[in-house]
Design a protein around this ligand. Structure first.
Ligand SMILES: NC(=O)c1ccc[n+]([C@@H]2O[C@H](COP(=O)([O-])OP(=O)(O)OC[C@H]3O[C@@H](n4cnc5c(N)ncnc54)[C@H](O)[C@@H]3O)[C@@H](O)[C@H]2O)c1
Length: 333
């Protein structure tokens, strides 16, 4: 089976793709390499913006996976216009040309942030979505566009993922547990901005497994699935990261508890993914911290701006390339 992964050079793709190669899939990646290339040599590389692909380019593939776009709230808020182009229009365009090319399945990287601020109830996929911020709105727009293209010859699966953490060859230190881990080892403290809010946490290993289950699901399977390893309050995440670091690395880590208002608060049910995709997560906060500790020498240049999406994006914004690229995209659209 031949797969095309758009945005596959990012944090999730760089951890997932070695596992796909191991399972015997042929993998090509189309990416504009904002964060460099950490992919195995066996991957076919197409250095292009998604908008410069056509249906003919997609004919060789059985499945297309969308992992691209602006992948967090700070990037989306820094540039809302680019956020809506890359997060809503790009997945819709890619699904449209994939269907025209006869691709059998399209898998879309959605996010639980579409749930916005909920009232401490467990949300399944049938519950109303309510995000009023650019990232959540655009992830929902992308999902709505791609999901309505599904039919009996074109399977569409949207994975609404919790916040991923853990080690990837393309490292990010701007994700909840990764950020807490960094400050625990560098500053010996962990700041918890609001201990009461809920977040679904997803180990990068479980995230990869969810994509494998989706790729290998029955050909007629389509739909929207919440994907997480577990639901935690941010206060509990802080406690668990602190104790896991103290246990493995010794010394004392202090907690700094604040009560800053957050615009996201949600916990999700992932029963549908268990029932339909056979997705059974095994990760938890301690296993994520252990994964980070096992690999910490590989990202010891902690202050590298490439580990922070918003720092890299802000730096790129001042360069002519991004302006030209987005100008071309908007012009082409
Ligand atoms: N990381 C998380 O916690 C998380 C949680 C939920 C959903 N998601 C979604 O999962 C996907 C992958 O997340 P990630 O953390 O790996 O992101 P990432 O920022 O590490 O990687 C995104 C990749 O997409 C590429 N890209 C962006 N726009 C492109 C375009 N127009 N054409 C070609 N390539 C393009 C970038 O160069 C980069 O390599 C994203 O869509 C994100 O919104 C991530």
């Amino acid at each position: 089976m031949k797969l095309l992964i758009a945005g596959g050079a990012g944090y999730l793709g760089s951890a997932l793709i070695p596992r796909l190669l191991e399972r015997g899939y042929k993998v090509d990646v189309v990416d504009i390499f904002w964060f460099g290339n950490h992919l195995p040599r066996a991957v076919g590389i197409i250095k292009k913006d998604i908008f410069h692909l056509t249906s003919v380019d997609l004919e060789p593939y059985d499945q297309v996976i969308f992992l691209a776009g602006l992948s967090n709230d700070p990037m989306a808020e820094f540039s809302p216009s680019k956020n809506f182009v890359f997060n809503a229009a790009a997945p819709a365009y890619l699904a449209y040309i994939a269907k025209n090319a006869g691709v059998q399945r399209y898998i879309y990287a959605c996010s639980c942030s579409v749930y916005g601020y909920t009232e401490n109830e467990l949300y399944d996929e049938s519950r109303p979505v309510s995000s009023s911020f650019p990232y959540g709105i655009s992830k929902l727009q992308g999902e709505q566009a791609v999901i309505q293209l599904q039919d009996e010859n074109f399977s569409v699966i949207s994975l609404r993922k919790g916040t991923i953490s853990g080690y990837s060859p393309r490292m990010r230190l701007d994700l909840i547990i990764n950020t807490m881990f960094l400050s625990a080892i560098r500053d010996r403290d962990i700041t918890v901005n609001n201990p009461s809010i809920w977040r679904p946490i997803l180990s990068i290993d479980d995230a990869g497994t969810a994509y494998i289950r989706a790729i290998e699901a029955h050909p007629k399977t389509s739909g929207i699935f919440n994907i997480a390893s577990g639901n935690y309050t941010v206060g509990e995440v802080g406690d668990l990261v602190k104790s896991a670091v103290e246990e493995r690395l010794g010394g004392r880590v202090n907690l700094v508890i604040k009560h800053i208002q957050d615009f996201r608060n949600y916990k999700v049910s992932f029963e549908k993914a268990a029932k339909v995709l056979s997705f059974h997560p095994t990760g938890h906060v301690k296993s994520i911290v252990n994964d980070l500790i096992d690999n910490m020498e590989k990202f010891s240049d902690w202050d590298n701006p490439l580990y922070s999406n918003i720092k890299t994006f802000r730096n790129m914004e001042t360069s002519i390339d991004v302006h030209n690229m987005v100008g071309t995209v908007l012009g082409a659209a």
